[in-house]
Design a protein around this ligand. Structure first.
Ligand SMILES: Cc1cc2nc3c(=O)[nH]c(=O)nc-3n(C[C@H](O)[C@H](O)[C@H](O)COP(=O)(O)O)c2cc1C
Length: 318
């Protein structure tokens, strides 16, 4: 694995109605530590009483106050969207997310959720109105590639470029695909070329390997949103971060190696610095300690690089 240097990747918990409830989010944070953001499952404008929002378990402070929760809403009604943002602001939230991807037929039929992707004029009026009336609360969008074709998503991405959208979370499937079928990362690439906004990638990121494949292909994205993969393996975010830390250790070594070998022309002198470099990072566990003991015998440049390669393989296998 070869992640770009110092990628400041953020990890978000995806909203999954009935699954990523505030109870689950809190229990997950208590067990695995805090993720960068947690998105609430969507509030549908058809059945949400804004006056009762503060008592709703998805947003009430006792269950949500210590986490960075982003309330999500499914609406194409600007008055509702603005009021939702106002209420969320009163409860201490500084960002809301507009659901533009949900494939539930009832929602799509009403031009909400994923249905909004095919209604660029309606979406324009909605965003125009939101951004002319709301300054305090950030708005991010969670989109798909379109309802039935990718031109729809591209039009929405271009529209979003006209507004100070906080970030764009992209699940690169069509609404018509619901939750299965191929995730189209080639089209994600097209979107990343069009969009001026920060992008978050979402969809079938089920393992560390999936995560790093995406991060290596799209080094400029801001983060990953994890859904079913995280629910199946609740430690997934932790293992992605651990992997990133491991890779950063090798990046640190690379910088250190160049500084040392530029300064000392004598290899033996330089090698003493590498011995001390690895001492503490490799003293934490028996497998590493065993590998550290072999270092003294790998005291020539070619041998040292072989030893490094084996160390990289060992770190990746644990
Ligand atoms: C049961 C279920 C409920 C979902 N509920 C929401 C939701 O409320 N809001 C939303 O934006 N996406 C919702 N999604 C979509 C997920 O947030 C995510 O975009 C999708 O599952 C792809 O990511 P994943 O492959 O990592 O799960 C839901 C998905 C499932 C399977």
């Amino acid at each position: 694995m070869n992640i770009e240097k110092n990628t400041p990747v953020k990890l978000y918990m995806a909203p999954l109605q009935s699954y990523t409830t505030s109870f689950y989010r809190k229990a997950h944070a208590m067990t695995y530590g805090h993720m960068d953001k947690y998105f609430s499952p969507f509030f549908d404008d058809a059945d949400t009483d804004l006056k009762k929002l503060k008592h709703h378990p998805e947003l009430c402070s006792s269950l949500n106050n210590k986490l960075r929760v982003i309330p999500q809403v499914a609406s194409n009604n600007s008055e509702f969207l603005i009021s939702f943002a106002d209420e969320a602001g009163k409860l201490g939230y500084n960002e809301i997310n507009l659901n533009m991807g949900c494939p539930f037929p009832m929602l799509v039929k009403r031009q909400k959720g994923g249905g909004l992707l095919a209604q660029v004029d309606l979406a324009k009026r909605l965003l125009d109105s939101f951004f002319s009336n709301t300054n305090e609360i950030n708005l991010s969008l969670k989109i798909r590639l379109g309802v039935t074709n990718t031109k729809e998503g591209q039009a929405i991405v271009k529209l979003a470029n006209e507004f100070p959208v906080k970030e764009l979370i992209v699940h690169p499937r069509l609404v018509a695909q619901k939750y299965s079928g191929v995730v189209n990362w080639d089209e994600f690439e097209t979107i990343s070329a069009i969009s001026i906004h920060k992008l978050i990638a979402n969809g079938d990121i089920n393992s560390q390997q999936d995560a790093f494949k995406i991060l290596n292909r799209f080094p400029n994205i801001k983060g990953l949103m994890l859904g079913r993969g995280l629910l199946s393996d609740p430690g997934l975010a932790t293992s992605i971060l651990k992997e990133r830390n491991n890779q950063q250790l090798f990046t640190l070594h690379e910088h250190y190696y160049h500084l040392i070998t530029n300064y000392f022309t004598n290899w033996n002198q330089a090698f003493n610095y590498f011995l001390t470099f690895w001492h503490y990072p490799l003293s934490s566990n028996q497998n590493f300690k065993r590998h550290l003991r072999k270092l003294k015998k790998h005291n020539k440049p070619k041998l040292y690089h072989d030893w490094l390669k084996q160390l990289n393989a060992l770190v990746n296998s644990l």
